[in-house]
Design a protein around this ligand. Structure first.
Ligand code: FPP
Length: 244
């Protein structure tokens, strides 16, 4: 029996090659229980760890999760601090306990705004995962789709200014090559637990032909079964990419 059959997920050929998830609803989950928002994020982090491993096991090739947006800095300092602590704990755990893992962890977003201690863990993880060949896990941290597009435009302008590229050579491929996700396929499916139906500045360029699926479950309650169901629904969608 295949790994996918054991899991309840569709067979690998029906899976999105690149799955993206907006991990939303941590705050509401905590509020419903009379807990601080940080407790919702801690529960969300545990679900993230479980779901990332499950995605790798069933044969997803690329998984991108939205962990911290460029707008999340406006949250109360104690909430931002709690999230940073969770990121550090996750990376410390990965570096300590999962050194032989095959998941290739990457980071998308401007991570230079985070504390030095977190930046060091990011650099260490980046290096440790360099030669891994398994599922690519992009963790979006201080990520914003608009900021990413502006950054790509600036990189192309710099190249043109240096005479490395003429404006006429700037096409979609050249642009995509300057994004954090350069070299990766675009997401096929974007899930948003918590019922919200917005992209919230996530993968704006890359989502052009992605299937978007809001899900009526808060992220800390999200299970492998919820994912199996979403993947099964995706397998039945007809994708036309602008054709007929
Ligand atoms: C959105 O829910 C969630 C976030 C802003 C943070 C997501 C982060 C995690 C799930 C932790 C990830 C941890 C690692 C290790 C990558 P919200 O707080 O906006 O929820 P609400 O809309 O109900 O208030």
């Amino acid at each position: 029996m295949s790994k996918a059959a054991q899991s309840g997920a569709p067979a690998p050929e029906y899976l999105p090659r690149h799955l993206a998830i907006i991990m939303d609803g941590n705050g509401r989950w905590a509020q419903q229980r009379g807990l601080p928002r940080s407790a919702g994020h801690a529960a969300g982090a545990a679900v993230f760890k479980k779901i990332a491993r499950y995605c790798s096991r069933i044969g997803i090739r690329y998984l991108t999760v939205y962990a911290f947006s460029t707008e999340n800095w406006t949250r109360p300092p104690e909430e931002v601090g709690a999230l940073i602590t969770l990121f550090k704990e996750y990376l410390e755990e990965s570096l300590r306990d999962f050194r032989d893992d095959d998941i290739k962890v990457r980071f998308i977003g401007d991570t230079t705004r985070f504390p030095k201690s977190l930046q060091e863990l990011i650099a260490e993880t980046w290096e440790l995962c360099e030669n891994r060949t398994g599922m690519v896990l992009n963790i979006a941290m201080n990520y914003g789709g608009r900021a990413e597009i502006v950054r790509a435009a600036r990189a192309l302008a710099e190249k043109a200014k240096a005479g490395l590229l003429s404006p006429g050579e700037i096409d979609e491929a050249a642009f995509a090559g300057e994004l954090y996700t350069a070299g990766q396929p675009d997401p096929d499916l974007i899930l948003r637990p918590s019922g919200e139906e917005r992209l919230s500045n996530f993968l704006l360029w890359q989502s052009a032909y992605a299937e978007f699926m809001p899900l009526d479950v808060l992220w800390p309650d999200f299970t492998e079964k919820d994912l199996d169901e979403a993947l099964a629904a995706f397998a039945h969608r007809s994708r036309r990419f602008g054709g007929v």
